[in-house]
Design a protein. Structure first.
Length: 556
């Protein structure tokens, strides 16, 4: 980490200390790092919880540890996320010596960021801010060689079997899809984007608003450019008097709202549910800059309590850590493993008139672009945008009355197998991909070879790599060979990928764009980017925790 000069001291967002976390953030007062330890089985865990996740004992105490750890993954951040936290700096996940399954997100200090490596043995040093002691780590001069790096767990063994031969998926069809204009900084009221997409989806299904009896969205009324206000705002605008509503972020990825709608239809609560997703990040950012306060940085809470103090403000940092671990464990590099995802997305976007970026992108362009957070450069990151997409979930017994062929849901993948965390479990891949992927294949007789087109979440290039391997299109660690420079995933390849340009080039519609494109492909409506005779499509949504997957097929 580059140590700033006297003129620019680092100003860290401090954690909003809670009753449960106070003992951690104050433990450095005596120079000792304390981690939650089960008094029954002696295992450690982090962040502190009132119950042991290993043996389920409630005898948990904050226990002093040696303060020694091993770097399990890291990223060198080059982007200025915070006004007084200048890059470059190394964000790392370190595994404590006493129990490598307990890890901390932190900064590596006391050396240049370019000297940080996986396996580096480090020791804690504390930085005091009033009554809070921030644990940072520096190279351990007394340690010899590389330390133990935690390996991946076998997650698939915990997949739960189907409880019934009857599948709720068979009771529904996707009958309508619509989108608003999608673009950068449209400076349009986000609710108007939602209404446009909803009206177009309803018309596409051959319905009227009077036919709609359910509303579902993700992530609900969340602020910050990620929602138009949720179900409440949309119902106030449309006044459809729904018999069922759902809106929230704690579902299996953005497509979790569609799964919730499917369950409501299968249960007989609704016949036609309008599912919608709106983002307006570009406009929100522009408006925020106009009114930006000159005040200080507030206290960090929620998941940011454990990340913001170390400048880990973006998913680029969190997933960059995992990507570095992947390359360390399995080999490959940006050119062989990540670039084919970005270049294929741009090539497909050139055939999509609605895509934001359609100009040619070369390997030289990709490799020479500025770094964001290693190993991610500019073209490894998706494009913030404004736009809305809506999908109609209908009862299967109404499908024959619709003007277009229905798209059927063969299976969903919703199970959580990893810890719902960015740093405490899976480090080899994006978290929350192996669970939904394994669960998906447990609910169908179809196999990866039956898939004609894949629309896989690509908030970063590495996300798509993770989904390709988790879904079994290639073996774990074999993505570079599978991609073959992009030939495998091209429109005329074995597995066409992100045919609309994905979020890397078409725009970050946060999951629903993949669903809309899959519907277009299965219907045969994708125009110049249409995959020949696309019968089966897999869709994944979620760039982290939680995630979800859908397997769609053409209805007849």
């Amino acid at each position: 980490m580059t140590v700033p000069g006297p003129a620019e001291p680092v100003v860290r967002p401090l954690p909003q200390v809670s009753i449960g976390s106070e003992a951690f953030w104050t433990s450095g007062a005596d120079g000792r790092l304390r981690i939650a330890q089960c008094q029954a089985c002696s295992r450690y865990h982090h962040p502190p919880q009132p119950i042991c996740p290993h043996c389920r004992s409630c005898e948990v105490a904050m226990t002093p540890v040696s303060g020694r750890a091993t770097v399990a993954g890291f990223t060198v951040n080059h982007q200025q996320w915070l006004p007084r936290f200048p890059p470059p700096y190394a964000v790392a996940v370190v595994a404590i010596a006493e129990d490598p399954s307990a890890r901390l997100t932190t900064n590596i200090v006391g050396c240049e960021s370019g000297h940080v490596a996986i396996g580096l043995q480090v020791k804690v040093v504390f930085e005091q801010h009033d009554d809070i002691w921030i644990p940072l780590f520096e190279p351990d001069s007394e340690a010899a060689g590389a330390g133990p790096v935690p390996g991946p767990r076998d997650l698939v063994r915990d997949v739960r079997p189907m409880l019934s031969s009857r599948k709720f998926e068979d009771t529904v069809a996707l009958t309508g899809v619509g989108s608003s204009t999608i673009g950068r900084r449209l400076m349009v009221d986000p609710l108007s984007l939602t209404v446009t997409a909803c009206l177009r989806a309803v018309a596409d299904a051959g319905l009227t608003l009077d036919d709609i009896d359910g509303l579902a969205t993700y992530p609900g009324g969340l602020i910050g450019g990620m929602s138009e206000g949720g179900v409440t705002a949309v119902e106030e605008a449309l006044r459809i008097r729904p018999t069922w509503i759902s809106g929230g972020a704690e579902v299996p990825g953005p497509s979790g709202s569609v799964v919730s709608a499917m369950l409501a239809v299968a249960a007989g609560l609704c016949r036609h549910v309008l599912c919608f997703r709106t983002v307006w990040e570009s406009t929100h950012t522009a408006l925020a800059r106009r009114t930006k306060s000159a005040g200080g940085v507030g206290r960090a809470s929620g998941m940011f309590e454990w990340r913001a103090p170390f400048g880990a403000m973006s998913a680029a940092n969190w997933i960059g850590v995992n990507a570095s671990h992947y390359f360390w464990r399995y080999g490959g590099d940006r050119a062989s493993t990540l670039a084919p995802i970005a270049l294929t997305a741009r090539a497909n976007a050139s055939r999509n008139p609605a895509a934001i970026y359609r100009d040619p992108l070369t390997l030289d362009d990709y490799l020479s672009a500025r770094m964001i957070s290693s190993p991610f450069g500019l073209y490894d990151c998706d494009v913030p945008c404004d736009g809305a997409i809506a999908v109609i979930v209908s009862s299967i017994d109404t499908a024959a009355d619709r003007p277009k062929p229905p798209v059927l849901v063969e299976a969903v993948g919703t199970q959580v197998l990893d810890r719902i965390s960015w740093d405490q479990d899976t480090l080899t891949h994006e978290p929350q991909v192996f669970g939904p992927a394994a669960h998906l294949w447990s609910r169908t007789s179809l196999r990866p070879d039956d898939v004609d087109v894949a629309e896989l979440y690509d908030g970063f290039t590495f996300n798509a790599v993770s989904w390709l391997e988790a879904l079994g299109f290639c073996g774990v660690g074999e993505a570079a060979d599978f991609l073959d420079g992009g030939t495998t995933i091209a429109l005329d390849g074995k597995l066409p990928l992100n045919t609309h340009g994905g979020q890397l080039s078409a725009g970050r519609t946060h999951g629903f764009g993949f669903l809309a494109e899959a519907i277009a492909q299965v219907r045969g409506e994708a125009a110049e980017r249409q995959v020949a005779d696309a019968q089966v499509a897999v869709v994944t949504t979620g760039g982290g925790t939680p995630g979800g997957a859908l397997l769609l097929r053409r209805g007849h």
